[in-house]
Design a binder for this molecule. Sequence first.
Ligand code: GAL
Length: 429
Amino acid sequence: MSHPSVPRIGRTVAGLGTAAVCSAGLLAAPAPASASPGARHTTRPYPNLATTPPMGWNNWSYYACRINEKVVLDNARALVRTGLARRGYDTVTVDDCWMSRRRGPRDELVPDPVKFPHGMAYVGQQLHRMGLRFGIYTDVGTLTCEKYPGSLGHFRQDAQLFARWKVDYVKADGCNVPVPRGRGKEETYRDLYGQLSSALRDAGRPITFSVSAPAYFQFDGDRVWHRVIGWSSELGNLWRGGRDVAGRKSSPATKWASILYNFRYNANLAELQRPGRWNDPDFLLVGDSDLTRQEMRSQMSLWAMMAAPLISSTDVGKLSGAAREILGNERVIAVDQDPLGVQGRIVQQGRDSTVLAKPLANGDWAIALFNAGDAARTLSITAGAAGLPEAGSYRLRDLVTGRGLRSDGEIVARQVPAHGTVLYRVTPG
Ligand code: GAL
């Protein structure tokens, strides 16, 4: 990243070695909840508009810039038709590249007339008719990552335009942010995201705000990164912490590696999440994505354990039966959306395996046993090591198969397939 203009992030997938190093650093450096170098900023926390992690669809990792009205509305219809909308996938977000290359005569953002011939208000209207919510992308810099007009210098105007279009969710990226001479990068980002945050809150419409700032600080040292997450969690409802998951054209191995990478860094950010303020490790690739069934299940289960936003990026109309079942698994969705709003924690870390535990509102716990290795293996943990309350026995329900088991304290997942996860809901007593 070079000054004065900070370029885009997240196009490549780092090796897993890097991920492991990064995670180790994270564990060693717990973060302050909300510090900022710009002490002059008085933070009014953004309204609590996402009491559970947002769910929905975004075109980016599947379609990138190849979007238009038809792609967006066809996917929206497919969400409704497949029943996924009813299960919670209700926010349809149009990512980068929806705009014309230039602002209009009044400096307003103008939708690309070929891609969106009826304009964006129309898209919103259609989505609302389907019972869905309308999300849109912008950038706090001079240009978006794909070099369309950014919102810098136009925060109030753009927020009001989005409100007029009846937008319900804004994702604000952080490409092409010029850092003025004499100011720091963090201070600049904090200031720009702060301006957009207050413009959105004043726009007269509840707009869920997704902040991308932390993704631009993932490699600036954990202290800085965590601090940026701290203020992002006050300026918005969710934030992208780091790299993009791999796009559609990447190899299957690269896609899986990117999921693993994002899981590893995000699992270590549990301390920084709190109910209503969500770490976002990026899209669910579950779908027409070259992942194995086990890999799709793992991503869904691990994202649910982390109370991550469940934002699918795929062609919903082409979902296989298996992918639809995985995305739509209500027992797993309930873990993600649990009203206690706690991100699950790592309670056991092996070389190629991770066990996570997450307390749930009704006194149950979710336990995920994840085999990241390339061969099947049996994984287990004791209820005590997982942090569960002591009990004479425990009832376990496998949330994928629905099968019930009893245990006297050993939580075992036999022969978990390569890249697979067993997710239990555990009821003590
Ligand atoms: C990236 C962002 C992606 C997508 C893309 C659009 O920075 O992480 O999710 O929004 O920009 O150009």
